[in-house]
Write a protein that binds this ligand. Structure first.
Ligand code: AMP
Ligand code: MG
Length: 314
């Protein structure tokens, strides 16, 4: 492995221009988004998309999310029905990913959606990612900027620690405000829809826009190929719903349960989401052999936090 440090760049005019030039040259660039840092590459290039899978050590059956500047750019890649337009209108730019039928002849690398007939699309809100999308004339594939299976990065330093020189250039936009990956929703024929990955936009918010509840049956392997049971792994055993720490445990606290790293002393779940991965990175680096996590409520974004914690513990 190449152990030289990655190229850390400020996202000012010169930094953004340099990043855009890297992307035009089919290289990867790590970029802050409002959820987590992404490892971006042009989605219309087989070589660039292959470079993402290689840098992450990601299995090639796990498709990528394609990021676009606006709905018009998204409609060139996938088929939007009225429901998809309603969701994009309500939540874009923002942390909602739509899984839609891939448009025939869309200018995209086959590997970007791992050979599926569907495509995952998102219009991000972070000003750095938006500035980059405005500078290039192609969509950006961008999974989280970490080695596959590891804890997602919410700072440039997390990206450097996980990927090293494989990150290529890192645009340092500070800590991500959201801190947890986008909600992924799939729309089926008729009125059916389902959340494939819980996230910052809740199923209740989506149901309010669509006017129908989600369908209950479980996702098929085709629909959620990347939703592996074990993911976000910090490399140590994790015990959930812990009321206190054992002597060898690093306690991730919440609310009044202080712990070694409190996700939100005020008991605010949105704040807890923004600190979740920093807590797991800190716990992984601590001398403790094990990690314990205080109980968290499942309401709102709490469902997404608990989803990530249960995968981290598997
Ligand atoms: P990441 O970008 O690393 O947060 O992962 C993106 C996730 O999006 C993958 O794990 C997949 O589960 C999901 N995804 C991407 N494309 C599709 C698709 N066409 N159908 C269903 N899920 C998808
Ligand atoms: Mg990921």
């Amino acid at each position: 492995m190449d152990n030289s440090p990655p190229d850390m760049v400020m996202p000012d005019t010169a930094g953004l221009a340099a990043a855009a030039a890297c992307l035009r040259g089919h290289a990867v660039v790590a970029v802050p988004t409002e959820t987590v840092y992404g490892l971006a590459a042009r989605a219309d290039s087989d070589a660039a998309v292959a470079a993402i899978y290689r840098a992450k050590g990601r299995p090639d059956f796990n498709p990528l999310i394609v990021h676009v500047a606006d709905v018009a750019a998204a409609e060139r890649l996938a088929v939007f029905d009225a429901r998809a337009l309603d969701l994009a209108g309500a939540f874009w730019p923002g942390p909602l990913t739509l899984v839609l039928p891939r448009r025939a002849g869309a200018p995209l690398a086959t590997a970007v959606s791992a050979g599926l007939p569907t495509l995952a699309l998102r219009c991000p809100a972070h000003p750095v990612m938006r500035a980059l999308l405005a500078l290039v004339d192609f969509p950006l594939a961008a999974p989280s900027a970490n080695r596959s299976g590891g804890v997602s990065p919410t700072t440039a330093a997390h990206v450097a620690a996980s990927l090293g020189a494989a990150a290529g250039m890192i645009l340092d936009g500070g800590a991500c405000a959201g801190g947890i990956e986008s909600t992924i929703v799939v729309l089926r024929e008729g009125n059916g829809w389902k959340v494939l990955r819980p996230g910052p936009i809740t199923a209740g918010q989506i149901a309010n826009v669509l006017g129908t509840p989600p369908v209950a049956n479980a996702a098929t392997s085709i629909e959620a190929p990347g939703q592996l049971a074990s993911h976000y792994a910090p490399g140590k055993p994790i015990r959930l719903n812990a009321s206190h720490a054992a002597p060898n445990e690093f306690l991730i606290g919440f609310g009044p349960q202080q712990g070694d790293f409190n996700l939100s002393p005020a008991g605010d779940l949105v704040e807890a989401a923004s600190h979740l991965y920093a807590a797991l990175h800190t716990a992984a680096a601590a001398p403790h052999a094990r990690i314990a996590v205080a109980p968290l409520p499942a309401e709102g974004i709490g469902a997404a936090i608990k989803d990530r914690l249960s995968r981290a513990a598997t």
